[in-house]
Design a protein around this ligand. Structure first.
Ligand code: PLP
Length: 408
């Protein structure tokens, strides 16, 4: 599968070759435990410190001590929310949004069942938040506000600085799920209102199985994993050394190339967007066109099913997604597009293309060339897909269920 065209970078990214090289020694010869007293182990501890500094620089943190390594974004989100709740046992109210990734959404639903009150902030048709609704939701009982920086399905960016000012004016801790923005847009936690912030290495060309949680100095926090004294008692467990080293290298690369990468990727994304909208009748973009990360395009094809499009794209070796990777395989409409009130005739036909610095113009041209053929083929198969028949149309005639069910 070397010749795949990989436009699914919000699900995961390829490992940067430089990160792989940096990791290699720590998967082989340098296997010491960083907590050991001997120098074979302590040389590893020094490398972890270097990676902590690289990650702190990516986030614009004032002190590397504020970085805690985790196993993934999901752990970071869980550690942040549960850690804040445990440190304020008398508070029972959480504020979040309806469009969070399942890492936050699922946890907050679980906490709701356990007796916490959750305010689920809505979004408008472009996927943006109403800050007055946020302001009105805060009470003396609010333990925390957890809001994503950019949405994984649409790429829509929330104004976390403005949100944070509102939250902090009430003295409430503020957590941000920045998994989809780390390495894509510049972060400066030092001078902003964010108390805790989650990232995950595999979204910015680092390895899988490693993430980080920024915890501002002075924030009271209880660890999710209680055990050894690693990570200054904030996350027990022997460190994933190679993962941490790879994450550090990926963070360094992302920071170094961020500006130029974002411009180039935006150019590719915009080219893809224009050509799909021009060449595929009955197509529209989901999400705010400007307040959006540069790599993401969520586009709907009226009366079609996104899963059917993915299956045909797959036959050309093109990887895309219908939304969150974690919900792939399900034909339930996306909770994000539902919250945006995307109409029934458009909601099932959403496809997410997400690019990275390793994509190029030739790939965009190839995908742009195949998509009109795929859309036409599916429209020919579907009576409702024929755009002339719109009046009688009801969504969902084409069911690629067996193929899709077999996918992850
Ligand atoms: N938060 C967001 C916004 C994401 O997009 C993802 C992954 O898709 C996660 C959290 C979970 O990250 P991980 O896959 O590292 O657990």
């Amino acid at each position: 599968m070397n010749s795949v065209i990989y436009f699914d970078n919000n699900a995961t990214t390829c490992l940067a070759p430089e990160a792989l090289e940096a990791m290699r020694p720590y998967l082989a010869d340098l296997y010491g435990n960083p907590s050991s007293i001997h120098s074979f182990g302590s040389q590893v501890a020094k490398k972890i410190q270097e990676a902590r500094e690289q990650v702190a620089a990516l986030l614009g943190a004032s002190d590397p001590v504020e970085i805690v390594f985790t196993s993934c974004g999901t752990e970071g989100d869980n550690a942040a929310i549960r850690g804040l709740l445990e440190s304020q046992p008398d508070k029972r109210h959480i504020v979040t949004t309806q469009v969070e990734h399942p890492a936050v959404l699922g946890l907050c639903q679980h906490l709701e069942k356990k007796g916490y009150r959750v305010t689920w902030l809505g979004v408008d048709e472009e996927g943006t938040l109403d800050l007055d609704e946020l302001r009105d939701s805060l009470t003396d009982d609010t333990a925390l506000v957890s809001i994503m920086h950019a949405n994984n399905e649409t790429g829509v960016i929330f104004p976390v600085e403005q949100i944070g000012e509102i939250v902090k004016s009430r003295g409430i801790p503020f957590h941000v799920d920045a998994v989809q923005v780390a390495g894509k847009i510049s972060l400066n936690v030092k001078n902003g209102p964010i108390d805790l912030l989650t990232i995950s290495a595999h979204k910015f060309h680092g390895p899988k199985g490693i993430g980080a949680l920024y915890i501002r100095k002075g924030i009271t926090f209880r660890p999710l994993l209680v055990g050894g004294h690693q990570e200054r008692n904030r996350r027990g467990g022997t460190e994933n050394v190679a993962g941490i080293v790879g994450m550090g290298k990926a963070a360094e690369l992302a920071l170094k190339h961020m500006g130029e990468d974002a411009e180039r990727v935006r150019g590719l994304r915009d080219l893809l967007e224009r050509s799909l909208l021009d060449s595929c009748p009955g197509s529209r973009v989901n999400g705010h066109r400007k307040k959006r990360i540069a790599n993401t395009l969520n586009v709907s094809f009226e009366f079609l099913e996104g899963e059917a499009i993915l299956v045909l794209l797959d036959q050309y070796g093109i990887c895309a997604s219908t939304g969150s990777a974690c919900t792939a395989g399900s034909v339930e409409p996306s909770h994000v597009l539902r919250a945006m009130k995307v109409p029934a005739n458009w909601i099932q036909g959403a496809v997410r293309f997400s690019l990275s610095r390793y994509n190029n113009r030739d790939e965009v041209r190839l995908v742009s060339g195949k998509m009109p053929l795929i859309v036409q083929r599916l429209r020919d198969l579907s009576t409702l897909g024929r755009l002339g028949d719109r009046q009688e149309a009801q969504p969902g005639p084409y069911r690629p269920a067996e193929r899709v069910g077999a996918r992850r």
